[in-house]
Design a protein around this ligand. Structure first.
Ligand SMILES: [Zn+2]
Length: 432
């Protein structure tokens, strides 16, 4: 059956499988060969960015990129989120096919809304990279993956299922994992047992809620499961333990973002491997933000992201992993941590719903949601001028539609948003 699903998937997504075939040649290379490939690709992407975008031509104006010499990353200034916001169009490559370019939205994870350009090609490459990441668990293309998606852009409607597998050949199913009511959790458990996926993939908090429910109700996991992938949020040791107990399989961490996907994937031996053929990851010891991660996409030519200060911190780790993969190792030291919102009827709602309400509002420099009472939320914003009242009405309406009909919004203008003790921006503070 897996083979039939594999061919079904492959025939439906030929571009994705072409990308995957190319990606799968890299793990057979030596670490030195991958490092060389990475250096070549970094040099090429910088030259492309300088020649094809006005932003990078200006940003690197002081740099003399001599022919025949490799560009060294440490000589280039980092790319800050405010620069992406201010120079969006100037970052779009002149040779990009304007008819094929789409506008994506992100930044919710660090409380700074951001738009970016992408193409179908980038999207397909991202999904191919995810397949390679999944294969590190022993999963094979065509085997079933159940996604617990929270981001409202990816989830239509407010039903229990975002996209239900419509026929027996489908190898993917998505749950609209934004509202963790006991009824939703029970429905997901039933689906998990009847659909029998090989992998689970979702936000750390979504997987943790599902695991808690399964342990509380003594629900047995399907024997088919070999791995659960946690993404987008800090995965702590307690969460990992309870997920492993509930799902009866290994839990893997995964790191990436919408603008630069597939940064690092955990292997079966527990190493967090940087996909160094796709990205260059640097830990920049800036005085104000020690361990600040800078990431470069080595493949994104439509809108290059070079030495992008992604807003997370971590470190690169020397040495080799027992698994023998040629990709270098990293460790997250602190990444996104947020609270859930609790509605007046007791459902816990994932913060991605709140971020989705602000997608594309790039006048907002930075924000934080603070829940004051079950039906009262305050939105603290740092922004240029004031938000138009129609915008505030839209956010209020969105809250009532997507979170709870009784939800009331207050808006407060701030000069700055305070960071946590760990220096991290939390964009949702719950009732605690
Ligand atoms: Zn490894």
């Amino acid at each position: 059956m897996r083979t039939i699903r594999y061919w079904h998937d492959r025939l439906r997504h030929p571009r994705r499988y072409r990308e995957l075939a190319q990606l799968l040649s890299v793990p057979h290379m030596s670490a030195a060969e991958v490092a060389e490939l990475q250096a070549q690709r970094f040099d090429a992407i910088v030259r492309h960015a300088v020649s094809q975008t006005t932003f990078y031509a200006d940003h690197y104006a002081a740099l003399d990129v001599a022919v025949g010499q490799r560009v060294r990353p440490e000589r280039l200034p980092p790319l800050r989120k405010h620069q992406v916001r201010e120079h969006l169009d100037a970052m779009l490559a002149r040779d990009a096919d304007r008819a094929a370019v789409k506008l994506g939205h992100t930044g919710g994870s660090t409380g700074e809304p951001l738009n970016f350009y992408y193409t179908r090609e980038k999207h397909e490459r991202m999904l191919a990279g995810m397949k390679r990441g999944f294969m590190m668990s022993g999963w094979l293309p065509g085997e079933r993956v159940m996604y617990l998606w929270g981001a409202s852009r990816d989830v239509s409607g407010r039903g229990v299922f975002a996209r239900e597998a419509s026929n027996v050949l489908d190898s993917e199913m998505s749950l609209a994992a934004v509202s963790y009511s006991e009824a939703n959790l029970a429905a997901w458990c039933r689906k998990l047992q009847s659909w029998r996926p090989v992998l689970l993939y979702g936000y750390a908090s979504a997987l943790a809620e599902l695991a808690r429910f399964m342990l509380d109700t003594a629900t047995r996991p399907p024997a088919s499961l070999i791995g659960a992938y946690s993404t987008a949020e800090m995965l702590d040791a307690d969460q990992r333990r309870s997920m492993e107990a509930a799902f009866g399989c290994k839990v893997f961490n995964q790191y990436g973002c919408r603008e630069v996907p597939n940064i690092a994937w955990e292997c079966r031996a527990g190493g967090m491997h940087v996909f160094s053929d796709l990205v260059l990851l640097e830990a920049d010891d800036a005085v104000d933000e020690p361990g600040r991660l800078l990431v470069t996409s080595l493949s994104d030519r439509v809108m290059p992201f070079i030495r992008y200060a992604i807003g997370d911190s971590g470190e690169l780790v020397d040495g080799e992993c027992d698994c023998g993969l040629p990709f270098p190792l990293m460790r997250m030291s602190m990444c996104r941590h947020n609270d859930l919102i609790v509605t007046p009827d007791g459902a816990r709602v994932h913060p991605s719903v709140l971020n989705g309400l602000l997608y594309g509002m790039t006048a907002i420099r930075s924000y934080q949601w603070v829940q004051l009472a079950p039906a009262r939320l305050r939105l603290d914003v740092v922004c240029e001028g004031r938000l138009p009242s129609s915008t505030i009405d839209d956010i209020q309406r969105g809250l009532q539609q997507r979170v709870h009909p009784a939800m009331q919004l207050e808006c407060a203008y701030r000069d700055t948003i305070e960071r946590t003790a760990a220096g991290k921006h939390r964009f949702v503070i719950g009732l605690g």
